[in-house]
Write a protein that binds this ligand. Sequence first.
Ligand SMILES: Nc1ncnc2c1ncn2[C@@H]1O[C@H](COP(=O)(O)OP(=O)(O)O)[C@@H](O)[C@H]1O
Ligand SMILES: [Mg+2]
Length: 381
Amino acid sequence: MPMLNRFLFDVVLPRNEICNLKSDQQQLLKTALDGGHLVYFGKRNMGKTSVVRSVVIEDFVKAEPKALVLVVDFLGASSMNDFNHRVRVAFEHSMSMLNPTGAFISNLTKAIKSIRPSMTTDSITGDLGFSLGIDHNVREIPFQEILKQCAVYHEKFSKCLLVFDEFQEIALVKGAEAAFRSCFQELPGDLPIIILGSKKHLLSRIFADPSSPLANWGGFLEASEISAEEYLAYANERFQTSDQSIDLETCHYLKLRLQSNPECMNIVCFRLMRSEELLNKVLDRADVERCITKVVDERASVYMEFLSHFSELERKFLSEIAMRSPVLKPHGKEFLSAIKASTGSSGPMLKKMLDQAVVYQDPNGITLADPLLKEYLVRHN
Ligand SMILES: Nc1ncnc2c1ncn2[C@@H]1O[C@H](COP(=O)(O)OP(=O)(O)O)[C@@H](O)[C@H]1O
Ligand SMILES: [Mg+2]
């Protein structure tokens, strides 16, 4: 029997659970195969990581079975040492998958003096792994050294593909941007690199600012939004198991209420499927609305915990954004007096919220990044 598809959230989706995004997939794969550079950006939970990990890389490896694919995730990394560590661990992981030739390993040993590479076996699972075997007196290998070895692989052995997820974090660490920039510039021109990121203001500082050395480094691709029509088909396929369905109008409503955020749409649909009283039913707007309330109530403790990390003024700032979003003038008199903040305090506060991707800014104004947190704040104001 085929596996039933579900509404998933909080996970990297396997290929068959990704709703559409076909054109993104094709462009990314083309970049990888042609040896190009692409910055794939968009809000959180738009499916970027899933598309790249579960489709692009999978198809790339099918086409290039010997390829070295390095996938580094910088989520939560906040120092140069973190970056070095993440790159090294990613390299060890790709090497385990690749089971590299003796020639490459001996090359590696000659190139990096402080290592003793070896294949390892996990004592519990028995899985084969690869360890660089860093000398105990060496803290971490600089990421440049590792990427240089990826370049060697690319030029002498088989293709290499570099993927950096949540790459914009480098903009928050002093010296990191310059270090990555000069490293990238020394890599072979046809070594494909895909950069993913969810904080547009930081990414554009790195790649789009004309004065930045990485301006014109590669192309940009904004993660596509799923249309209501596409999500309708996706949702109804999943609602079959609960004998439920949704029509296009309700699907538009769901999308509108949740700011087109696919993860929140999945969370609410998952909850709709779990509602006894709604089984065997064509779902309508009222069902969606009630379900959003239920979800927000059930997640209240998560939001409370999240908000506890902010000051009272910051919480007030977020509440006010939630209620008025999009806010065009967060530094305007009216907004500041509503949150009882002084003129000088709103700039740093907004910067912090943007840097942490708690809020997003676009030409329409500032909005909360998480539509369900927004609902919570509106309800608990
Ligand atoms: N195309 C999509 N189809 C269905 N669900 C999606 C899609 N894109 C994102 N999601 C939802 O968002 C969650 C996070 O996806 P992820 O690939 O990590 O996004 P991103 O990397 O853009 O933050 C998934 O677990 C899923 O719930
Ligand atoms: Mg991601």
